[in-house]
Design a protein around this ligand. Structure first.
Ligand code: 3AM
Length: 176
């Protein structure tokens, strides 16, 4: 393990929620609207870390393992588009406090460890489409997917055979 890896902390989505999301996405967006993320790659980023050496990965993992906070429920009841980043997303009208606390803690740990963190506030979202360069009609959120979050993960992002792949390297449980 010597090469740096492109890493980020994220929340994994339960399989049935991912399936419902891609069914909804297929019903409401056309291929020219953007490039859909593969179901297995759907996630909610908590903190992006960038290219991280094995030593720094170990240090960040240790810090993440010290986080003690209860789980929370995510209710996906919002959707939108950011034209600047060319992304169509799903999100929450009122992100739970536990989610914001967890992301802020991971972002602060990352910043203290020397990983660049954007000064922008954390905007929790699940990217559905990338390269969405023209404005698309976002259907009214006639959905409400709720699920409990009991853990968070460290993901590696790799590019293999022309495809981006996210793989969970490590998971931590949020206390009951
Ligand atoms: O959750 P999303 O899809 O928005 O956009 C990238 C993706 O987030 C983001 O990290 C997640 C996993 O790749 N990302 C990539 N480069 C980034 C950067 N330089 C970044 N986030 C912040 N700064």
């Amino acid at each position: 393990m010597t090469e740096p890896k492109r890493l980020f902390f994220a929340i994994e989505l339960p399989g049935p929620v991912r399936e419902q999301i891609i069914t909804w996405r297929a019903a409401h967006f056309a291929p020219e609207d953007g490039r859909p993320l593969a179901s297995a790659n759907l996630h909610l980023t908590l903190a992006f870390l960038g290219e991280v050496s094995p030593d720094k990965q170990q240090a960040l993992s240790q810090l993440a393992g010290r986080i003690r906070q209860p789980g929370f429920t995510l209710k996906l009841d919002d959707a939108g588009q950011w034209l600047r980043s060319r992304v169509v997303w799903l999100g929450m009208r009122q992100p739970p406090r536990g989610l914001l606390q967890l992301a802020n803690m991971l972002r602060a740990q990352a910043a203290r460890s020397g990983c660049y963190q954007s000064p922008q506030p954390f905007h929790p979202h699940i990217t559905l489409l990338r390269d969405a360069s023209h404005a698309v009609a976002i259907p009214p959120p006639g959905f409400c997917w709720s699920f409990p979050v009991t853990e968070f993960s460290l993901y590696a992002s790799s590019f293999e055979r022309g495809r981006t792949r996210y793989s969970a390297l490590q998971r931590w449980t949020l206390a009951e």
